[in-house]
Design a protein around this ligand. Sequence first.
Ligand SMILES: Cc1cc2nc3c(=O)[nH]c(=O)nc-3n(C[C@H](O)[C@H](O)[C@H](O)COP(=O)(O)OP(=O)(O)OC[C@H]3O[C@@H](n4cnc5c(N)ncnc54)[C@H](O)[C@@H]3O)c2cc1C
Length: 255
Amino acid sequence: MDSKRNLLVIGNGMSGARVVEEILARGGADLFDISMLGDEPHGNYNRILLANVLESTQGAEDILLNPLSWYEQNHIRLRAGVRATRIHRFARRVEIDDGSDEPYDLLIIATGSRSYLPPVPGLRTDDGRLRPGVFGFRNLADCHGMAQYAAGKSRAAVVGGGLLGLECARGLQRLGVEVTLVHRSSHLMNQQLDAIAGAILRAQVEAMGIRVMLGAEIRYSRSERCHGCHPRWAGMWCLPNDGGRSRHLGLRRRD
Ligand SMILES: Cc1cc2nc3c(=O)[nH]c(=O)nc-3n(C[C@H](O)[C@H](O)[C@H](O)COP(=O)(O)OP(=O)(O)OC[C@H]3O[C@@H](n4cnc5c(N)ncnc54)[C@H](O)[C@@H]3O)c2cc1C
């Protein structure tokens, strides 16, 4: 009889894989049958390097931390490409979006975070998916989607002037797209920098050819031709456009 307990990890990202590495290093393989669920269809990768994938200086395979062979070698049952949808704590099982479920004795939840998308009209289709040309910047699929969509397009707006927004803006620019960076605060990277450092950073970013718009927030996104700017909006910016039809963001100054 197998006296090992079922250890189930939801989330196959940097923390999920790291905690399993640690458990294995402490002899956990003798104690647990380990299963991992991840809704991304690959092994664990270094998310911090995603900008390199966006700008194509590294491929997805270059940033893998735990390739699929690592799971096999360590007898970890990985279910990649499925999403946990519900946890039944008393029954100790997890429902999966493909209709199956997974039992557990011990459960670790390492599901990370996701891109914040402002609740403005036009970013999503009626069924809740992001419209073509609108992307978060969180995973490999976002990078591949952006790079594919940007091919042959001319302009992009990046919303958010923190570290990730800056990386994304630079990545898109390197793909040959003209980028406007839109940020709510009065200076870039306001969580990390004071106003003076933010101003220095802004000057450097602009010197790279990225347009910076501060104190602005998006009001809507729409897929129509641009007929000029409404006086209340500071401007209208096109996300990568598609065959003459552009996606527009209505922008409002925060005074
Ligand atoms: C572009 C970018 C650059 C970054 N740069 C830095 C940096 O320079 N320095 C730094 O310290 N941090 C950086 N970070 C943040 C860092 O990547 C995160 O802190 C780290 O990835 C968190 O690890 P995690 O395992 O908690 O979450 P994640 O790496 O997000 O992994 C969570 C995993 O769980 C999966 N998941 C979520 N819900 C479910 C579900 N219901 N069922 C199955 N699977 C699910 C997700 O798809 C994902 O694969 C950056 C992040 C990004 C996106």
